[in-house]
Write a protein that binds this ligand. Sequence first.
Ligand SMILES: [Mn+2]
Length: 337
Amino acid sequence: MPPFKEILAAISAHQSFMIVGHVGPDGDAIGSGLALRLALESLGKRAIVISTDGVPLGCRFLPLQETVVRELPQGFKPQCVFVIDCDGTPERVAAPHRIIETAPYRILIDHHRSSRPVFEVNWIDINQPATALMIYQLIMQMQVTLTFEMAQSLLCGLSTDTGHFRFTNTTPEALQAAAHMVEAGADPALVAFKLFDERSLESTRLLGTALSKMDSDCNGQLMWTALEMKDFEAAGAGDEASENVVNFLRNVRGARMAIIMRERRDETGSVTRISVRSEESLRSDLFCNKFGGGGHAAAAGCRIRHTPFDQSVRIVLDAAREWLAEEVDLVAPSSTL
Ligand SMILES: [Mn+2]
C-alpha cells in the first residue's frame, strides 16, 4: 500500500519543498518533478524543481520547463525534499547532497530496483512503469484538479519510461492514467515526436558515426558501439545527441544486449558513459551495478572514471561477453530437454 497518508501529512505540515530527480535526467524525472511542483503550488505551497544537469533537449517543449533550476535560490532552505525517480544516493541525486542531508524531512518516490528505503518516507514500487504514474496517483490523492500543464508533464514521464506505451511495462493503469492526461489536454502526438523522433542535425550525424562503428559479438547476441570525444567533435554534437542511439543497436534482429560507450569529460576528468539495453532476463541493471550504475532490467547505465577510454571499452566488452556466457550456461540444462 503506498504511504499516501504519510506523504499527504508531510505536504500539509510543510510550506516549502524541493523536488529532485536523478543526474542526467530523463523525461520521467523532469516530467514527474514539474507535475508534482504544480500540484504543490495549487495547494498554496512553495516548490522548486532542481536539476544540476538542467533539462534535456527532448523535454524543452514542456510547459514551465524553464523554471527548473540548476542551483537553489540564495537562502532557500526547503522544509521537505522529494527525491523522485532516483534511489537517493549522493552520486545519483541531481542536487547538492548536503541539502538532502540537512533537510528536516525527506520523501522518496521511485520505481527503480536499486532503491532502498533511506528517508523518512519511502514509496518504492518496482512494478510501477514510471515515477510519473506514481506522481499521478499521488496527485489524485491530493485531490488536485489535473491541469493541462500537469497532464503534459506526466504524459512525458509515462511515455519516456514505457517507450510511448510499447514496452512490457505498459499496464492497464498506465493507459487509463494516460487517457485521463489526454482528456486534460496532454498531446500524445507531440510528446512522442519530441521524445522519440525529433533529432538535431548534429545528433543525426553522430548516429551515422555510431552505426558505422558498430560491431557485433557473441554470435550477434551482443551489439555495441563506442564514440570517442573526436566523434562528438566531428559531428558538432554534445552528450544528449547520443541519447537513444543504443536503441538502434538493440533493434538488430538476434541482438539480446546492446551497449553504447561514450568518451566524455567532466569535472573529474575523462569519463566513459555507458548505456545498456537488453532482454529483461539479462538484467541490464545488475550488469551496470558491477560498475556502480543501475537502472531497469531492460535499460540501465553506468560510468567508468579514471580509466582511459579504450581500456574502459575493453573492460565493458569483456564483462558483457562473460555476462552472456554465464547466462547461456544458466539456461543450458533446460535447452537440452
Ligand atoms: Mn523512471
